[in-house]
Design a protein around this ligand. Structure first.
Ligand code: IMP
Ligand code: MG
Length: 274
């Protein structure tokens, strides 16, 4: 896959918007100091730029949250870093990079509200227009965006692109010039097809428009080949292929795995608070 990034929000536009957000935050807490809590890792650039523009006194803390999947239940969140400061009695402002289903922010809000903060507000850089599983409206939003996969300014794709100074839409293209030898290899094995079932989990159900499908692929199809096929059949999944987790039966498998007749594939998104 060739990756291409189309600039969506420029460095300058981000800086201007962060000025406005910081002014709004200062105005909303005229006499209070703040405990700013960032959700790792995606918030680091946003948070560090934003807090430098806030003039109220504040303390910083971070939490780490990522999603754990056991092949059946999708998206159990696990904490990779707990708070260092006790938020009890503090005016807490949670900072998140991007709000999608709301699961991550919801979990962090839940955990912090149990510790009796004096107040609790949320601030997100990007608010994706998707059907929210957890109905959260952030108190401060940098930008509302469409349902596109974005990278940069802290946001990653498979761990990369966090250091871009702007926010861009990630486009994945199938390689323009496929290797002719591999094409021949595919053709010769095309005569014998095998059937596999595909089960979609979590947000993939909405993206694919179905929970389950049965498809036929040439013998010798690897999981990597399957991903290309999946991108053809369900184009919405294209942007997710790099981070998709695939289990065959009950076990996660690598891209090299060769599919067999009757294999039951489960596709999981790697929801992460990172
Ligand atoms: P939620 O828990 O479904 O709201 O997902 C929020 C988390 O998913 C964010 O903290 C990000 O780490 C990640 N995420 C969601 N959408 C994107 C995206 O477009 N680019 C990069 N990361 C994303
Ligand atoms: Mg995040």
């Amino acid at each position: 896959m060739r990756e291409e990034i189309e600039e969506l929000i420029s460095e300058g536009a981000i800086a201007n918007r962060l000025d406005e957000m910081a002014r709004a935050i200062d105005a909303d807490y005229p006499n209070q100091s703040l405990l700013v809590i960032g959700i790792l890792n995606g918030t680091i650039l946003f948070l560090s730029d934003l807090v430098r523009k806030i003039s109220r006194p504040l303390k910083l803390d971070f939490v780490g949250v990522s999603s754990y999947r056991d092949g059946r239940e999708s998206g159990n969140l696990t904490w990779t870093k707990e708070l260092s400061e006790c938020p009890s009695g503090s005016h807490v402002l949670i900072i998140e990079d991007i709000l999608e289903t709301g699961k991550t922010l919801n979990a962090v809000m839940d955990a912090i509200s149990k510790k009796s903060p004096a107040s609790l507000k949320t601030c997100v850089l990007l608010n994706k227009s998707v059907d929210r599983t957890f109905p959260i409206e952030p108190d401060y939003t940098g930008f509302s965006i469409g349902n596109e996969f974005v990278v940069g300014f802290g946001l990653d794709y498979a761990g990369r692109y966090r250091n871009l100074p702007f926010i861009g839409i990630l486009h994945l293209h199938e390689n323009d010039a496929p290797d002719p030898s591999s094409r021949n290899a595919n053709q010769s094995s095309n005569s014998n097809k095998i059937a596999v079932s595909v089960q979609f989990w979590s947000v993939y159900q909405g993206i694919a428009g179905t929970n389950q499908a049965e498809i036929h692929v040439p013998q010798g199809t690897s999981l990597d080949d399957f991903k290309l096929k999946a991108a053809e059949l369900w184009p919405g999944l294209k942007l997710h292929l790099g981070s998709m987790l695939i289990a065959v039966g009950n076990d996660y498998c690598e891209g090299k795995y060769i599919l067999s007749e009757g294999d039951a594939l489960s596709l999981f998104p790697p929801v992460q608070g990172g």
